[in-house]
Design a protein. Sequence first.
Length: 257
Amino acid sequence: MERTVTGPQTAASPLPDVSGLLDGVPRQRELPARAPAPTPAPAAARPSFRPWHLLPTPAGTPFTFAYAALLALTSLVAAWADPALMHTLYQDSSTDVAHLVRTPVLVLLASALWIAGGIVSPYAAAFVLVLTALERRIGGARAACVFLAGHVLATLATEVPVGLAVLFGHLPDTSLHRLDYGISFGVAASIGALSGLLTPWVRWPLLTLVASQLVNDLIAFQDPLTNWGHLIALTLGIAGWPLVRRWRLPAVSPVSV
């Protein structure tokens, strides 16, 4: 039976009309491409403050540890030996003009084996704390160079003028013979060098405190030659800031010890 189609005729389509069906299917929303999350950079190693780093150790600060042990030994000898023997040893180790002319290398080294005032001297404590901190920042060999440079140069800066003054008749011949030994010049130079490796809020109070004490000692005029040597040694350490800053070990921060 044929079906009669009424109304306007349309062209036959080869495919069935499914547009109405597609309208009911939800479309998948296209998400924008996400940029990959940045990988967090590893946090820089920040050395934390450790109280035991204030003291020397055989592995961490071998130069300071060995030198401090040697100074402790010589201090014990000085405390228990016969006073007459110690006076002779001090005289033979003195960096006065007479000894510097005859055996300069020997007395410059021997004078650094003793602590003026013994193990209870403030310079003994300063040696341990300052040299430990300095060696942790620039290494043992370089810390030794700073210490010895201050010890030798400050000694020559104070004794050479005395020798010249005696030569030209401005001082008596007795000025050529005086007791001059100890580690204080090396410690003062090390303080000056170490301050250049610290942050400003630590550096300037430290220098102010040390310099004011040295100036007060000079004003007291009890031992002006040695007191001038301390100020000279401190200045030498400060003058070495560009060098010690180039020597700074990369693993040590400016404020850690």
